[in-house]
Design a protein around this ligand. Structure first.
Ligand code: ATP
Ligand code: MG
Length: 575
């Protein structure tokens, strides 16, 4: 393609509200433009990248035996009511009415539609397994749309759904998708880690992985082991208990100093308390009141640890767990935040294993401006439910191997594989006859990839201070051919010859044939990030062209033939 015809409006500077590097470069290089918050147009260069990502996804999904189809974005609300998600999905679901005042939702995902389809069309286990997928625009009214394509309100997703008649079948479908995902992200040139993730309320099947592209602007925290291949989303990262819990109810009172009430005026936070008493946060038993489906529960955590609300939620089997606000804490415990403690506590207690292993600690006395010292787990409060309720912390021992410690990274979730089980098939009545003629709900898996999010993830991982550097497989063009002076006939002719030769070999070339100053052309070329560059300039008369790789130092002056060979080498082993 000739650049003189290309619609790629570049910007000298990024708009001030573009925080993520990928967002800045994609705007500056003219790949995307915002229409409204979280809603973007893909301009020709961005669209070309998107199409390449889609192609890779299609090839790998087809290779894994999935079949492509396309389902409607506009979905009747009845279907969502049947699954119970019309209300549960909350304000993220965009609701619209038709002219007859019938309610519809703009699909944020397609479990309902696809499950209803299978329910209506498949009656026997003999027709299974089936895996269906689509690449389609999704709508989610995100609370905080941001970072360009990373968190949009309208975005492109590949969603796949597997239907099996047995658990073993689901396992096989799941791992086939997992493998396909690995290949997809690798082919897209992304540095991605598959991490164990929280299965949420649907869980219990023991299967969900997120594929995380490691990047500074990632919204998720990924925990990895320094030694083994353990990796998990921080939400899910397990904490290994060390030492035995102190349960010694039979001990004589003299065996351990008794509890003692101490005056701690105004010491509401761990920091204030530690400073006032000249102790370490780890000597404190922190009592956090959460609201689990509206019911107060107290979680005991060591002062230097943080509560993991997802672990608490799992333990309680609650649909929602959130920190209780100040008012709720007073109502539930009779004590203001900062002075609540486990001794004679009137609400259910969850005790973190690290607290259960403390010989004693400082805890709130359930009285404003007072704490207890020498609070002994098992003696001064019951130890029935000790478990893992805290957030993993940097340098914690790895929960899998014995030698490693935990490291933290930021990650962008580019894909997600999930064993759904029978959650949707039961709700929507998608049953099939099994081999003995009985009706059983089909067993499902769902598998998502953020197609548009991949563009941003790739841009986060591949750029420098001058612009983007696309991995070859998803680059908008493969070769950028720059003619320094188009008015110079020798240069023009030589460049045109190269252009035709490359195009004849099926190589995608963008030729900068604009009447612009060389400085402008090189700046734009850096912005675009096309991986290979040929510059036809003052050596054109000698039949020589300059070759350079974007993102690498050094240029080589080559003859046309040498340049063709050099370029061909980049495609010898590509997919
Ligand atoms: P997140 O935790 O980032 O909100 P999610 O768990 O809601 O993601 P899924 O419902 O699993 O996401 O959707 C499948 C994939 O779609 C995700 O792995 C992600 O790559 C992509 N995705 C989800 N929400 C968005 C969004 N708002 N903008 C762009 N891509 C998204
Ligand atoms: Mg989400």
């Amino acid at each position: 393609m000739k650049q003189s015809h290309l619609f790629a409006p570049t910007l000298r500077e990024a708009p001030s509200d573009a925080e993520a590097v990928s967002h800045q470069w994609m705007l500056r290089a003219g790949f995307i433009r915002q229409l409204a918050s979280g809603i973007y147009s893909y301009l020709p260069l961005g669209w070309r990248v998107l199409r390449k990502v889609e192609r890779i996804i299609r090839e790998e999904m087809d290779r894994a035996g999935a079949q492509e189809m396309l389902m409607p974005a506009l979905q009747p609300s009845e279907l969502w009511k049947e699954s119970g998600r019309y209300d549960a999905y909350g304000p993220e679901l965009i609701r619209v009415n038709d002219r007859h005042a019938r309610e519809f939702a703009l699909g944020p995902t397609h479990e309902e539609v696809v499950t209803a389809l299978i329910r209506d069309e498949i009656a026997s286990y003999r027709k299974l397994p089936v895996t269906l997928y689509q690449i389609q625009t999704k709508f989610r009214d995100e609370k905080r749309p941001r970072y360009g394509l990373l968190r949009g309100r309208e975005f492109l997703m590949k969603d796949a759904y597997s239907f099996d008649a047995s658990r073993e079948g689901l396992d096989a479908s799941y791992w086939r998708m997992y493998e396909a995902y690995r290949r997809i992200f690798q082919r897209c040139g992304l540095n991605v880690r598959a991490v164990e993730a929280d299965a949420g309320a649907i869980g219990g099947e023991g299967g969900t992985h997120e594929f995380m592209a490691l990047a500074e602007f990632g919204e998720d925290t990924v925990v990895t082991c320094s030694r083994c291949d353990y990796s998990a989303n921080l939400e899910k990262a397990e904490v290994r208990a060390s030492g035995e819990p102190v349960v010694d109810t039979a001990e004589t009172p003299a065996a351990y100093p008794a509890m003692e009430k101490i005056h701690t005026p105004g010491a509401r936070t761990i920091e204030q308390l530690a400073e006032m008493l000249r102790i370490e946060p780890r000597d404190i038993i922190k009592t956090i009141v959460v609201s689990a489906d509206g019911q107060p529960v107290a979680v005991l955590i060591r002062g230097d640890h943080e509560v993991n609300e997802i672990k608490v939620k799992q333990q309680l089997g609650a649909a929602q767990v959130e920190m209780a606000d100040a008012e709720t804490v007073v109502r539930a415990t009779g004590t203001p935040i900062g002075f609540v403690g486990p001794v004679d506590m009137g609400i259910p207690l969850l005790i973190d294993q690290a607290v259960a292993r403390m010989s004693s600690g400082i805890a709130g006395a359930n009285e404003t401006d007072f704490h207890f010292r020498n609070v002994r787990p098992g003696r001064d409060f019951p130890l029935q439910v000790a478990g893992d309720y805290r957030q993993a912390a940097l340098h914690d021992p790895c929960p899998r191997c014995t030698e490693g410690t935990l490291q933290f990274h930021r990650g962008i979730e580019v894909g997600h594989v999930f064993k759904l089980g029978t959650k949707y098939s039961e709700k929507l009545g998608a049953v099939v006859q099994n081999a003995s003629g009985q009706a059983e709900p089909v067993i499902m898996g769902c598998y998502g990839i953020g197609v548009s999010r991949i563009l941003s993830a790739a841009a986060e991982q591949h750029h420098d201070e001058n612009g983007l550097i696309w991995p070859m497989a998803i680059a908008p063009f493969q070769v950028h051919l720059i003619v320094v002076s188009v008015k110079d006939e020798t240069q023009s002719e030589f460049a045109n010859r190269l252009y035709r030769a490359l195009a004849d070999r099926g190589i995608e070339v963008l030729m900068d044939d604009r009447e612009e100053r060389p400085g402008v052309k090189f700046k734009d070329a850096d912005l675009f990030g096309i991986p290979l560059r040929l510059v036809v300039g003052k050596h054109a008369g000698e039949g020589l062209v300059e070759f350079k790789e974007r993102g690498r130092e050094g240029k080589t002056v080559l003859t046309a033939e040498e340049a063709m060979d050099r370029i061909a080498r980049f495609f010898l082993f590509s997919d």
